[in-house]
Ligand binder design. Structure first.
Ligand code: PLP
Length: 401
């Protein structure tokens, strides 16, 4: 408990936490169950190439999402690349800049131009009103993102795609376990792509999946992720190596059994943040729609510098000093990273909301390694910092901390 600003580390106090609190430390299901699966796998000596765990994992995900086809892969980025290729996207694809760089890279890697489109400041999703202005004769598709696991404007994007004869793909890396109008994410557009990276609330160490209700597309992607092999000595398509290994699938099967617990812990944490942060000037917690299923994977704050008295970056400095490793998210935006910064040096002029949001957003630690008491401490430090925003700002500037 900090009684005044003199207790903050930046003024010479002790850190609130001895160990660093991270955003997105991996969740682990039943350890013994995983080790038993590993034992069986070692006995069987079947480590990759559509093994029994991969098959069972794909079946279970498809059932859970109510989707016809699930193809698990070695990571979400390769899954995106394969989905993009299978959909025959080319020329230009409309995509948010406010996303993890993999969304843009998965296009550019295949010489497809990501056309960065601005977002809605309330939702952080692609703004349908802006999309139409970005469509050119070279546009072949829209790659939407369910940012923070909250469903993007699915219906508006579907209408636009249909009107302009574009393919619609979703990067659903954040949205495993989330629903839209009661239907699980995974059922929309031509296909949706998940990431099961260790930092996601549901992980397979590294991993990802494409899910689709289109059987032909699924067939094509199955070939593509296995070098195009249709059987022994028979390659019928260009492909790559996108296969998930058996150890990752075993981790997935183990973690699926604990999915409800992971979500319950995230929800508890979110509710705790929600009540402890209420009323702090200039600090807004992004709310989730309680009527939908959600994984509560991200605790997202927006910091309004005028009201809070200090900027997001200054608040982050105070928190890091206390071993609270709050993160800026998708800062500074894909358009300000290479190669896009060089390709489109003036993209910022078309992305005013992205620029603004990337300056305001901060993500706080959650997951099974954080308890409500730690959350209360984090929120108390945020409150103390904002209450003394002007003095802290002056101190940080004078010390150039
Ligand atoms: C929005 C988004 N897209 C794509 C990816 C890429 O997934 P992976 O790390 O599994 O390759 C991630 C996460 O890492 C992500 O957050």
């Amino acid at each position: 408990m900090k009684n005044g600003i003199e207790d903050l580390v930046i003024f010479g106090g002790y850190p609130a936490f001895d160990d660093k609190l991270h955003v997105g430390r991996p969740n682990i299901g039943n350890r013994q169950r995983f080790l038993d699966l590993m034992d069986d796998m070692l006995d069987r000596r079947w480590f990759s190439n559509d093994g029994p765990y991969v098959k069972e994992f794909e079946k279970k995900i498809a059932e859970y999402l109510g989707v016809k086809n699930c193809i698990v892969m070695c990571n979400g980025t390769i899954a995106l690349e394969i989905a993009i290729r299978a959909l025959e996207l080319k020329g230009e694809v409309i995509v948010p800049s406010f996303t993890f760089i993999a969304t843009a890279h998965s296009l550019q890697w295949q010489e497809i131009t990501p056309v960065f489109c601005d977002i809605d400041h309330r939702t952080h999703h692609l703004d349908p009103k802006t999309i139409e202005k970005m469509i050119t004769p070279r546009t072949s598709g829209i790659l939407g993102l369910h940012t923070w696991g909250r469903p993007c404007a699915i219906e508006a994007l579907s209408d636009l795609a249909q009107k302009h004869n574009l393919k619609l793909l979703f990067d659903a890396a954040h949205a495993f376990g989330c629903s839209y109008n009661g239907r699980m994410i995974g059922n929309f557009g031509s296909a949706e792509v998940f990431s099961f990276h260790a930092t996601k609330f549901f992980n397979t160490f590294e991993g990802g999946a494409v899910v689709t209700n289109n059987d032909d597309l699924a067939k094509k992607m199955r070939l593509m992720k296995n070098f195009g092999f249709a059987g022994y000595d028979n390659v019928i398509y260009i492909g790559t190596n996108g296969k998930m290994n058996e150890a990752s699938a075993a981790m997935g099967l183990t973690n699926l059994e604990s999915l409800d617990e992971f979500i319950a812990v995230n929800r508890r944490n979110y509710e705790c943040y929600r009540s402890c942060l209420a009323g702090i000037p200039g600090i807004t917690l992004l709310k989730h729609d309680d009527g939908e299923k959600h994984n509560y994977q991200y605790i997202i704050l927006e910091i309004d510098e005028d009201e809070a008295g200090l900027s997001r970056d200054e608040l982050q400095k105070v928190l890091w000093a206390e071993n609270i490793l709050a993160r800026r998210y998708f800062y500074p935006g894909c358009h300000r990273m290479e190669p896009y910064r060089s390709y489109f040096p003036h993209a910022n002029l078309l992305l005013p909301v992205t620029e603004e949001v990337a300056k305001r957003v901060m993500v706080l630690p959650t997951g099974s390694t954080i308890d409500p008491q730690s959350i209360e401490t984090i929120c108390q430090i945020v409150q103390l910092t904002v209450e003394n925003g002007k003095d802290i700002k002056k101190h940080l500037m004078s010390d150039d901390l």
